[in-house]
Design a binder for this molecule. Structure first.
Ligand code: MN
Length: 317
């Protein structure tokens, strides 16, 4: 239990004042006390769950009240801690966030599975509207991500229901808010429970294609870096992105299950300092390797609805 707590505190230490740090420590103490003796379905001590949820959220540079609410998010629902106590100890804002989270899960619990599927769009919108504060959704998504990792521990009928809900409701919400890494993880964690056979088949088709391509791509990086430097382009960072399994499966369905036709199995994400530099880099890349016709997309000039901005291209290499 201790390492997780330490990890969380240490991650935030630098950006917190003395008072704030004390608030965080108090929240963890309070959660530890409230969940004392409780176990998760997976068998581990319950407290690990809220601490992990809070830790996930540290990656998004959110305010302290969000982190504190994440630490406390299951105390009202699972430990019958009165909301008033949270309010007195941690303030009205934290109490509001915890209350909203409690409301969302009680609401979802009553919803029969069939309706979730029939009205998933309105269900998603209802969650968004109910939350009033986007931080509630962010905590909820981190919460679901952690729960999804232990879907295996649920009863048979619950497994499928929760995984479906994750795939249909929460993953799209994550994408809509621009938390694409969480969206992708939610999809891949739910995929084997919702589409058992398709999951197995996709795994078989993908095989080690991704690894092979990634190794090849790694050899190209120095070539690209050299060329960018020659053109005085300041490279902020360069990252590999391997397409996640669920997304490959959706693509495969459109491509007659031919893995060779999934062009973006692996990709490079090149981050530059200035917007203009992106266009310059694109020209350099197309000079090095021929672009695949019809694959270029300018999301800088035409950002995605969630604000995502970048240039996409596929090249023959
Ligand atoms: Mn939870």
């Amino acid at each position: 239990m201790k390492p997780l707590r330490k990890k969380l505190v240490e991650k935030l230490k630098n950006r917190l004042g003395e008072k704030e740090l004390e608030l965080l420590e108090n929240a963890i103490d309070f959660a530890e006390k409230s969940h004392n003796g409780q176990k998760r379905k997976s068998g581990e001590p319950f407290i690990k769950h809220p601490l992990r949820v809070a830790y996930t959220l540290t990656k998004y540079k959110l305010d302290l009240n969000t982190i504190v609410s994440a630490v406390l998010h299951d105390t009202v629902e699972d430990c019958s801690v009165p909301l008033e106590e949270i309010k007195i100890k941690f303030g009205p804002e934290v109490a509001f966030l915890v209350q909203s989270l409690t409301k969302i899960s009680s609401f979802k619990y009553k919803e029969p599975q069939k309706d979730i599927f029939l009205e998933k769009e309105s269900f998603r919108n209802m969650i968004l509207a109910m939350a009033k504060d986007l931080r509630v959704i962010l905590i909820k998504l981190a919460d679901r991500l952690d729960n999804a990792k232990t879907f295996w521990a649920l009863e048979e009928n619950k497994k499928n229901q929760k995984a479906k809900e994750t795939l249909e409701i929460y993953a799209p919400l994550a994408y809509r808010l621009g938390m694409t890494d969480i969206g992708a993880k939610l999809e891949d964690l739910s995929f084997p429970y919702v589409f058992k056979e398709e999951y197995k088949e996709t795994k078989k088709i993908v095989g080690n294609h991704r690894e092979e391509l990634e190794n090849y791509l790694k050899e190209l990086v120095p070539v690209l870096e050299k060329k960018l430097k020659e053109n005085k382009l300041f490279l902020f960072k360069i990252k590999f992105r391997a397409k996640h399994l669920y997304s490959i499966w959706r693509k495969l369905q459109k491509e007659e299950m031919d893995i060779k036709r999934v062009y973006d199995l692996v990709a490079l994400r090149i981050v530059l300092k200035k917007t203009e530099d992106c266009y310059l880099a694109l020209g350099i890349i197309h000079g090095l390797w021929k672009p695949v016709p019809g694959r270029f997309k300018d999301y800088i000039a035409l950002p995605k609805p969630n604000g995502y901005r970048s240039l996409h291209t596929s090249v023959f290499a």
